[in-house]
Each structure stands twice: as C-alpha cells, then as structure tokens.
Design a protein around this ligand. Structure first.
Ligand code: URA
Length: 231
C-alpha cells in the first residue's frame, strides 16, 4: 500500500500533514528516509517510523465509548452533537457506531470502521445479547417480570424474544435482550404497564462497559476484547 495511506490509517494525521512530514524527512522505512508519499510499503513487514514514533498498522480501529445522554448515535447531524464528536482528535473517516442508543440512553457504544464485525453483531440471526440497566417509574411486579421473560407484544408482527430479567430493587432491573428493535426496552416496559426513566447499556455480547470509563470518554478496545467480540 502507499506510504501516505499507511500513515493515515495508523492515525498520523491527514494525508496533507503526512505529505509535509515525508517532505520534511520525518518518515523512515526500514531505517531509510522516505522520499515520496506514493512509495509502496508492506504493512506486514516494513518497519516504519513517523516523527520518531514507530507505526503499528491496524486494519480497523475499535473504540469503547461511554455514551452520555444528550448525544445522538449518528456519524453526522446538522443540529445535534454526535457520538463521533466525542472522539476528539482521532481519525474519524469510516468510523460509525455499531447500532444505535437513543439520545437519552447512556452506556456502552462500540465505534469502529469494521463493517463485517458490525454486521455480525447486529445480525438478527446471531442473537447477540445486549444487557441494559433500567430504572423504572413504578415498582416491577412478578407478573411484569414473567411477561418480559416470555416475550411481549410491542405492536410489531412478532412478540419480542424472551428477555432475561434480574431485579436489583423494586424500581431497578437489568434486562438482557437478543434483538435490536427500535426503542425496544422502553416499548417492552411500556407494554407490561411500566415506564423506563433511565436506561444504560452495560454489555454487548462479550464486551462489557469499562467501569473506569467516565461518561463521555472512550478508549481503544484491547486485543482480548476484540477477540471476545469476534467469537
Ligand atoms: N432500547 C431502548 O428503548 N432504547 C435504547 O437506546 C436501547 C434499547
């Protein structure tokens, strides 16, 4: 691949910044100063350094974001702040959130440029678990719990798939679902006669929200976490 593409994929700035760095003699390939942005490199073998820093090539990037309320799960929006706006100075080209959380929902959101992984995680056929913490307007009772566990009519053609419900206290539950219908959790609780007043996603498949990640902040996934998602 071209040297300038390699460096931009590694997060070393825009192509024009990278061109300047190459011209300024700041980029080396296997210890030799690089001369042209179009120089071909082998990302699996060549040792490339830019402004003194070694470049590690990653085909895709994966961020765990602790989404706060008040931002929309979109790549761009004319009026609202988006989850990508929270990524600071990172390279944003090609990045998108995997699935959507409502504007007022908080918690785990995966942001990546890996379309195949996103497709697998969102595919209805794969039944990937999504676990949510829900604060409720009214105390949950056994009948509501049982209905959620059996599947409820939320006005779609089919009932929802059975949820796993864990009561934390009378107005707080965790709900684990394997679908991703529009406003699903809020509609499920509404359908059984309750209302969600606060919603936070805790887990998606094998990926759990990092308890040390403050609301609105993000970090790269570890290789172990990427592997867990791919399983
Ligand atoms: N279910 C909802 O109702 N809202 C979300 O943001 C996610 C799941």
């Amino acid at each position: 691949m071209r040297l300038d593409k390699f460096l931009s994929d590694c997060g070393f700035g825009t192509r024009s910044q990278i061109k300047k760095d190459i011209k300024a003699g700041q980029v080396t390939v296997n210890g030799q100063q690089a001369l042209k942005p179009e120089q071909q490199v082998d990302e699996t073998k060549d040792r490339i350094c830019c402004t003194g820093r070694p470049c590690v090539y990653e085909k895709y990037v994966y961020y765990m974001l602790h989404k706060p309320a008040g931002v929309v799960s979109a790549t761009r929006d004319d009026r609202e702040k988006t989850v990508l706006d929270l990524l600071g100075n990172e390279r944003k080209a090609g990045l998108f959130p995997v699935g959507r959380l409502d504007k007022d929902t908080e918690g785990l959101l995966l942001i990546t440029d890996d379309g195949a992984l996103s497709h697998r995680l969102l595919s209805p056929a794969r039944h990937v678990e999504k676990e949510y913490e829900c604060c409720l307007a009214y105390p949950i009772d056994e009948e509501q719990k049982t209905r959620l566990e059996q599947g409820v009519n939320i006005g779609d053609k089919a009932l929802t798939k059975p949820a796993v419900v864990c009561i934390l206290n009378e107005k707080k539950v965790t709900l684990t679902i394997t679908e991703g219908r529009f406003h699903q959790i809020k509609r499920m609780l509404h359908a059984v006669g309750n209302e969600v007043v606060y919603l936070k996603r805790l887990r998606m498949g094998g990926l759990t929200l990092d308890g040390n990640l403050a609301k609105g902040s993000y970090r790269r996934l570890t290789q172990e976490e990427i592997n867990l998602l791919s399983e």
